[in-house]
Design a protein around this ligand. Structure first.
Ligand SMILES: [Zn+2]
Length: 483
């Protein structure tokens, strides 16, 4: 019996279903008031454990409470289940589709079922009712999480096509990285999508230093190729990139000038990338950058009470946990402060180490950027990984070598090893656990909620906007017929 038949037989018996029917039941929406504006702020690949780690770090080193803690303590917070249509572990595209359409789909696709049936997204519904719309992210602007609110595609990685769908949809604000999907010199078909946007009346921006000067009410801003650099490198290594806060301030300023309100999806998209790489320093600073942004968004809601702010993580990534150290775990917080010594991302560290380093160079660069003196034998393992002498069993595994080896030699030691940060990861993949979700909206009536499903959030959005729209349903069994 092959895998597909095995799954189908199990489902026919009612046992071992891909996703049990009980998990597909809808919870009542806690939102009963109407909102003029909706700000959906997603933390990609963020867990309760990530929250706790950042919370303690921020108290100990800055003497302040995270805005996120302030948000959670308002009471409208809970946990969200994230499974997709055919897996208990979601990817970002299926997760974002659950929010934007109220439907679970197959991992890797955007607002579409296998076979081609497309789903209508909340941004389409809002736009049709005269709302301004936008996406703002630290990833490429055409990356899965923002894309699932606009584009329909079986393959989230086809960002050139997704950029064309953006041109057809015409959201008012699009800010992020990813020039390569728009620039004629970088696109495989040499189409000039920047010109397409200019012809449609957009201001097109690629220099973030000019962001504050933007005066147009339609903006496509793509800052560099690929994702926006990690916050840790912006803060400590002077990487010349915009912050999520800067991008958000401009985006909200433009959208708030609209006549009928707006719906925007803002994403702290690279917590996920740092957690995939098991890079605790980069993850921490992505979370703190998100928190700075959350603070200005909560202020915006306070000043514009017809606004509903939803914060949600899409799934967990990496399984990073803070473990107890020392007698009665008393040294845990001090060891956790070693996060202060992380002053560069793993990609930055690898760029400084270069392609054919000596062990001495490896030791010095890691000492400078991570505050840990690795042994000569550990440096030797990394040197072998860089030289390609050490091959991963699965060459497509994420993250690829040699970053995986850097994570390995920097991972926590034993519970009485005082030299290593006390955060260990269980995987480089996404994980299944329920993740945080919270609502902030002083002028919008929201009841407390507990454990919810990611698809429930779509109905919070439609209820707040006074929209009634049900997308078509596909079962896991029907979807698996295509694979
Ligand atoms: Zn994600």
């Amino acid at each position: 019996m092959n895998r597909k038949d095995f799954l189908k037989t199990g489902m026919a018996a009612g046992l071992g279903s891909v996703i049990h029917p009980f998990l597909m039941q809808k919870s009542p929406s806690p939102v009963s008031g109407r909102a003029r504006n909706i700000i959906f702020f997603s933390y990609d690949g963020f867990t309760w454990e990530d929250f706790t780690s950042a919370q303690h770090f921020f108290y100990r080193n800055y003497g302040k409470m995270l805005h996120l803690e302030r948000l959670f303590k308002k009471g409208l917070a809970g946990s969200m289940m994230s499974h997709s249509l055919t897996s208990m572990v979601t990817d970002s595209s299926a997760a974002t589709t659950a929010w934007s359409t109220g439907r679970k789909i197959v991992n890797g696709s955007l607002s579409i079922y296998p076979g081609g049936q497309e789903l209508t997204t909340i941004l389409e519904l809002a736009k049709a009712r005269g709302k301004s719309t936008g996406v703002i992210t630290t990833t490429t602007v055409t990356h899965a999480t923002p894309a699932g609110w606009i584009a329909k595609h079986m393959n989230r990685r086809d960002e050139e096509n997704i950029a064309q769908q953006y041109a057809a949809f015409q959201a008012d604000v699009m800010i992020g990285g990813g020039m390569e999907a728009f620039d004629a010199a970088l696109r495989s078909d040499r189409k000039d999508l920047y010109k397409t946007f200019l012809d449609k009346g957009y201001e097109v921006l690629t220099d973030h230093h000019k962001l504050a000067e933007v005066s147009s009410n339609k903006l496509l801003a793509t800052f560099g190729e690929g994702h926006i650099a990690y916050e840790i490198d912006r803060k400590f290594r002077r990487s010349d990139t915009p912050s999520l806060k800067e991008m958000t301030l401009k985006g909200i300023e433009i959208l708030n000038g609209s006549d009928n309100g707006f719906v925007v999806h803002i994403e702290a998209g690279r917590i996920d990338h740092a957690n995939h790489r098991n890079d605790a320093g980069a993850a921490l600073w992505e979370i703190l950058a998100a928190d700075e942004t959350l603070g200005i968004l909560m202020d915006f809601v306070d000043n514009n009470p017809e606004t509903l702010l939803i914060m949600a993580s899409d799934h967990a990534t990496g399984g990073g946990t803070v473990y107890g150290v020392g007698e009665r775990y008393r040294a845990s917080s001090e060891i956790h402060d070693l996060l202060n010594k992380r002053t560069a991302s793993f990609p930055w560290i690898m760029s400084q180490i270069g392609n054919s380093p000596s062990e001495g160079v490896i030791i010095d660069v890691i000492q400078d950027a991570a505050g840990v003196r690795v042994s000569r034998s550990q440096a030797s393992i990394l040197r072998e990984a860089i030289a390609g002498e050490m091959v991963m069993p699965d060459p497509a595994a994420y993250p690829r070598q040699p970053v995986a080896t850097l994570a390995y030699i920097l991972k926590g030691g034993t519970n009485d090893d005082p030299t290593h940060l006390n955060i260990n990861y269980t995987t480089t993949q996404h994980t299944a656990g329920a993740v945080p979700v919270a609502v902030y909206g002083n002028g919008v009536v929201v009841k407390p909620f507990g454990l919810v499903d990611n698809t429930d959030l779509y109905y919070w959005l439609t209820d707040a906007l006074g929209i009634s729209h049900e997308n078509p349903v596909m079962t896991a069994e029907a979807a698996l017929e295509y694979f």
